[in-house]
Design a protein around this ligand. Structure first.
Ligand SMILES: N[C@@H](CCC(=O)N[C@@H](CS)C(=O)NCC(=O)O)C(=O)O
Length: 227
């Protein structure tokens, strides 16, 4: 049986502050105004309750109030937004959900492969850093081209795709920020800078103490204050 956080009716979100997958999950949880109990995991010393809950042993992992486990970051986003989507991230004005999932799939797939081989090139003996960076950059140029026609990836409003993808653009950018900032992708740079300066980004980057069994539950998300 999964640990359902028996002392609390809230869904449990196992998370790690700097993980881009966990960041996208927290972004959607916040946008959906769904309160969750956030359990900050240390990846080099994972809590046994987390390992019992997550089949993949990766963050993020969400356990619903009914004990259902949602172990993929994109599925956690969809779970949260299908409960409540006040900003209509699932219904952008310029696309269908399938279109967004296709673009997210490119970023999660081939782009992320290049990104890992660029950022962690010493872990991949056959990786040539500049080649990997160029491989990833082709996907970023395509994002920049989309953003020439509209302020967000799928129209005039932010959508699932923007927030699923931005944490990975940021991870790429921060691998060598000086280089990133010099490239000819002004629209993408603007989107990333706006994201990093946003209240929402600040809200998902709030620090939580490492979780351990018995800790006072730390609540993340929920209805906006005064709303
Ligand atoms: N496909 C998973 C991937 C999540 C993932 O790889 N998370 C990393 C941290 S950024 C992790 O937990 N790695 C396990 C580890 O480092 O032991 C998802 O989308 O949730």
């Amino acid at each position: 049986m999964a640990d359902i956080g028996s002392m609390s009716a809230l869904p449990v979100l196992y998370s790690f502050r700097r993980c881009p997958y966990a960041m996208r999950a927290r972004l959607a949880v916040l946008a959906s105004a769904t309160p969750v109990e956030l359990r900050e995991i240390v990846l080099r010393d994972k809590a046994p309750e987390f390992l019992a809950a997550s089949p993949s042993a990766t963050v993020p992992c969400l356990v619903t109030g009914e004990g259902e486990v949602v172990d993929e970051s994109l599925d956690i986003m969809l779970w949260a937004l299908r409960r409540h989507d006040p900003e209509r991230w699932l219904a952008p004005d310029a696309a269908a959900l399938q279109d967004m999932l296709a673009l997210i799939g490119e970023i999660d797939g081939p782009f992320k492969l290049h990104l890992d081989r660029y950022k962690y090139d010493t872990r991949y003996p056959d990786a040539v850093r500049e080649q990997e960076r160029a491989g990833a950059s082709r996907y970023l140029m395509a994002l920049n081209d989309r953003l020439a026609a509209m302020p967000w990836l799928f129209g005039s409003r932010p959508s699932l795709a923007d927030y699923a993808i931005l944490p990975f653009v940021r991870q790429f950018a921060n691998t060598d920020r000086a280089w990133f900032d010099e490239q000819d992708w002004p629209n993408l740079l603007r989107l990333l800078q706006d994201f990093e300066a946003s209240d929402r980004f600040a809200a998902i980057m709030v620090k939580f103490e490492r979780w351990q069994a018995g800790a006072v539950p730390a609540v993340f998300g929920g209805p906006p204050a005064g709303g």
